[in-house]
Design a protein around this ligand. Sequence first.
Ligand code: PMV
Length: 361
Amino acid sequence: MTEKDFLPSAYQNSLKEGKVTWKAPSNIALVKYWGKRPVQIPANPSISFTLDTCATTTSITFKEKDDKEVLSFDLLFEGRPKEDFKPKIQTFLERIETYLPFLKSYHFIIETSNSFPHSSGIASSASGMAALSMCLMDIERQLNPSMEESTFLAKASFLARLGSGSACRSIKGSLVQWGKHMHIPGSSDLYGVPYPFEVNAVFQTYCDTILLVHKGQKQVSSTVGHNLMHNHPYADNRFQQAGTNLNQLKPILASGDLEGFIKLVESEALTLHAMMMTSSPYFILMKPDTLEIINKIWQYREETKIPVCFTLDAGANVHLLYPVAAKEKVQMFIEDELAPHCENGQYIHDKVGSGAIKINS
Ligand code: PMV
C-alpha cells in the first residue's frame, strides 16, 4: 500500500456522536530502529515483540460540532486534564488530518491511562499513539463500514507511525516488522506488518521483565538521538547491519535457536547504545546499574546455562528476555540479584502479547 491508499473516499455513513475505547500494548525491539528521515521514515528495518501488560487504554468521546474549520479536543490523562500533553496530540492530529478528513467535524474528549506507573521510564508514546490511532480508525470504520480489516490495521499502524515511529509496531502482535526489506514480503516503511515467516512456539510465549533502573526523564530524547544518525560516521554500516540481522533472525525464529537469538539480540542492544556513544555530540543513557545488571545476567547464564538475555531501549532500563519454561528460576534470580539494582527495587513482569484490543464501553 502507498500513502495514497490511506486517503479515504467519501464516507458512506454520518455519525452525530459516540464513544470508542481501545487498549494498545508497548513493544520491545529485537532489531532496533535508530535513525529516520521525514516524516518518520525509518533509516533501517526493525522487528519487535509486542508486549502485553505494559499498555495504554484510550477512549475518545466524539460529538459533531458546528465549526468544521478547526481541530478541537480536550485531553485527560489518568482522569485529570493534561495541558502539557496537548501540543504533541495537536501536532499529531494536524499531521494526520489529510488521511482522516472527519477530524475537524467533531469535538473530541480523549481520555488516556497507562497500566504502568507514571514516569517509570517506560516509553508510553508507542502504546499511547497506537491506542489513539485505533480509536480514530474505529471512528473512521463507523463512517465507512465497508473498510477491509487489512486496510483498517495497516492504516492504524500508518497513523501511529506518524505519531511516534515505533508505535506502528504496537497494533498487531506477536512479532511485528517495520521498514522495507527486500527479503520480507509485504514489508513497508509506512507501517508495521505481522512478521510473515515461521516463528517457533518458544517465542510466542516469551517473557520480558522490565527492570526499572532509572525512572526519571532521559537526558537525550529519542527524537534528538535519531537525528544524530545524520552524518554519523557509522550510520551506513549500522543501517546495513540491521537488514542483515533481520535475515539472520529468520532461521533463528523458525527453529527456536535460543543461542543464536541471545547473540543477535544482545548485540543489537549494545550496538544501539554504541551509536549513541559515537554520535556527535556523544551521550550515554546507560547507568552504572544497567551495567551491573548486564554483568549479572552474563554470569548467571554462564553458571546455570539458562537462556536468559537482555535488550535495551533508548534509556537505562533493562528488558530481561527468557522462555516461559525458565520463568520460575529467572524470576527468583531477578528478585534476589537484580531488583537491588532497580530504582526502589521496581520491575514489571511482562510477556509477548497479541496487539491492540477494543474495550466495550
Ligand atoms: O519510536 P521512537 O522514535 O521513540 O524510537 C524508538 C527507538 C528505540 O526504542 C530505541 C528502538 C526501537 O526500534 O524501538
